[in-house]
Design a protein. Structure first.
Ligand code: NAG
Ligand code: NAG
Ligand code: NAG
Ligand code: NAG
Ligand code: NAG
Ligand code: NAG
Length: 515
């Protein structure tokens, strides 16, 4: 009998405590964005309460900010002063409500750069799934200032205020959470990218993984981004995606992952984002990807800027991996098309439609015997390193760093010699013969009605000088176009024919149509 009131009191206390808290992605060991931006911190409290947010280093108070609680669910939000990198700090929130004072203390909070890692299963592959996994996991202890966070896999029909669940609360890297399980946490590409940054920059790096395998770009796009490409929301069908060698297929409905896994994060101040996605779009609206992907970047940038009250750069650096390979014997699938569309059809980044972006080429990193299916190559070290080169140049302004493979600058056709000269923008490292990696769209005759018949034919190439490749088209009376590496699996592992002398970076896929 006497236990009833006690039980009631306990319930009341628990529910009262549950109201006052930080949002899901603030916790011990976290990294907040350093200056010049200001970190945004928010949480929940009782309506009508007063909340004070204090930042302390040891016993020194760095800042103390009182805020009001507002909105339907009782939310408070502060924008901290710009902070130099470093730590650890205490981040303390105190609620005063009807003379009751409740305090929450977050410990070991650091300032540094926060990167969001997004995409599908190739970003989701954990450190335990890649080559040299045990060596990689043993490195964890050397990077105590790289901090990891992973959002849970959730969908929603509406834009959520907060993550409904978290898979990995802010943590220090350990072998256990770098290799928690296949396609769980922590992302190998995200981690290796982050540890390179930490080693170079010598300050804390926060990595926020929000990823789901087998998902199309449309699932990660807001209604606004989709509408830019003529797509509109359809009622959610809880549709699973077409499953092609992905371990499992993720949700295919438009915006459902934007709603549940990205929208909640908009209120955090971030430095930038990296992205490894596109495999699913070889079978979902492939010909729209040259619109949907640039639209996602633009929309994420605008939204993170707005959601952080202007603190996240509206043009924040965005890095991505150009698709690797899928099936060696299937040259005619949409892999080359998506690779091309990933650059908004420019072939390289940054470009006028995709400013402040950087790309890691991966078509030379195929892995036919990957135990996770050939769509999941295990060399994530090279992928992450190439992203890191791009980040140094684009995100950190180190313009001496080579981060782009060679790209054609001019193409001169000499019909009288039956060849063309392709002049690249930098010195070439030719590693093998180029018998069939170039193709020309060639007319070798006319049909019954006198129309030219065009077809793609291999065009042998060689490099007579450091920046020029000469592509022969004997037997073609006219040519319409030339392309390079236009197939699912153009090269064996690290064996594409054309790399850069500076940095040994592969020449990306290329196509050019002539007038
Ligand atoms: C303050 O909290 C206590 C429990 O700690 C509770 O019994 C009391 O009702 C609260 N007071 C107000 C004014 O809410
Ligand atoms: C995108 O590519 C498709 C072919 O896949 C083409 O028809 C379309 O014009 C391109 N759109 C843009 C915006 O470049
Ligand atoms: C976070 O930002 C989004 C987008 O601007 C906004 O809709 C939402 O209300 C913000 N949430 C909080 C807690 O301020
Ligand atoms: C794995 O380790 C070996 C030996 O250190 C090294 O040669 C190789 O490049 C590493 N592989 C990757 C993908 O990093
Ligand atoms: C072939 O064309 C090029 C460029 O138009 C010209 O420079 C060259 O003299 C021509 N050679 C012959 C053998 O006609
Ligand atoms: C094509 O390029 C090579 C190497 O630079 C050069 O020697 C050759 O003269 C060029 N051909 C023409 C017709 O200009």
């Amino acid at each position: 009998m006497t236990t009833t009131p006690l039980l009631l009191l306990v319930l009341l206390l628990t529910s009262a405590d549950a109201v006052f808290r930080f949002a899901s992605y603030y916790g011990d060991h976290m990294v907040l964005q350093q200056k010049p931006a200001r970190a945004v911190v928010w949480g929940y409290a009782e309506m009508g309460a007063l909340v004070t947010v204090t930042l302390k280093r040891g016993i020194d108070t760095i800042s103390k900010t009182p805020v009001n609680v507002y909105g339907d669910v009782g939310v408070w939000k502060v924008v901290l002063d710009p902070m130099d990198y470093g730590g650890p700090y205490y981040l303390i929130a105190q609620q005063t409500f009807k003379n009751n004072i409740t305090t929450i203390v977050l410990e070991d909070v650091l300032f540094g750069d926060v990167w969001v890692c997004g995409g599908q299963s190739n970003m989701e592959m954990t450190v335990s799934q890649i080559f040299n996994a045990s060596q990689e996991m043993a490195l964890a202890a050397q990077y105590p200032y790289v901090r990891l966070f992973t959002a849970s896999l959730e969908t929603s029909d509406t834009e959520l205020l907060d993550l409904t669940k978290v898979d990995l609360e802010w943590s220090l890297p350990t072998p256990e959470n770098l290799g928690h399980g296949d396609f769980q946490y922590f992302s190998a590409v995200c981690w290796i990218f982050g540890r390179h940054l930490a080693q170079k920059l010598k300050y804390p790096i926060g990595l926020v993984e929000s990823v789901w395998g087998g998902t199309p770009v449309e699932a990660w796009s807001s209604k606004t981004a989709l509408s830019k490409c003529g797509l509109s929301l359809t009622p959610t069908e809880n549709k699973r995606c077409y499953n092609f060698m992905e371990r499992y297929a993720g949700p295919c409905d438009y915006s459902v992952l934007w709603n549940a896994m990205i929208h909640p994060l908009l209120n955090m101040t971030i430095k930038g984002a990296i992205w490894y996605q596109g495999e699913q779009n070889t079978v979902t609206n492939p010909s729209l990807y040259n619109c949907t992907f640039p639209a996602l970047i633009q929309d994420w940038r605008r939204s993170f800027h707005e959601g952080s009250l202007g603190q996240t750069d509206p043009n924040f650096p965005f890095g991505f991996v150009q698709l690797s390979t899928y099936i060696k014997t299937q040259p005619k699938d949409n892999y080359p098309l998506i690779r091309w569309h990933q650059t908004a059809d420019y072939g390289y980044t940054p470009n006028p439609k995709m400013p402040n972006t950087f790309m890691a080429v991966a078509m030379d990193l195929g892995d036919e015997s990957s135990p996770y299916g050939s769509v999941h190559p295990r060399d994530k070290q090279t992928v992450a390193y190439r992203l890191y080169l791009g980040a140094q140049a684009i995100a950190y302004g180190d313009h001496r760093i080579p981060f782009q493979g060679p790209f054609p600058e001019t193409v001169d056709i000499y019909y009288n010699y039956s060849y063309m000269n392709i002049t690249y923008n930098q010195e070439l490292l030719i590693t093998r013969t180029c018998d069939d990696i170039f193709e020309v769209l060639c007319s070798s005759g006319i049909d019954l009605y006198g129309e030219s018949l065009y077809s793609w034919v291999p065009a042998p190439a060689q490099s007579p000088s450091s920046k020029v490749v000469t592509v022969a088209f004997k037997g073609c009376s006219h040519i319409l176009a030339v392309r390079y590496a236009w197939s699912d699996w153009p090269c064996d592992y690290k064996q594409c024919p054309i790399y850069s002398v500076r940095g040994r970076l592969p020449a990306p896929i290329f196509v050019k149509y002539f007038e």
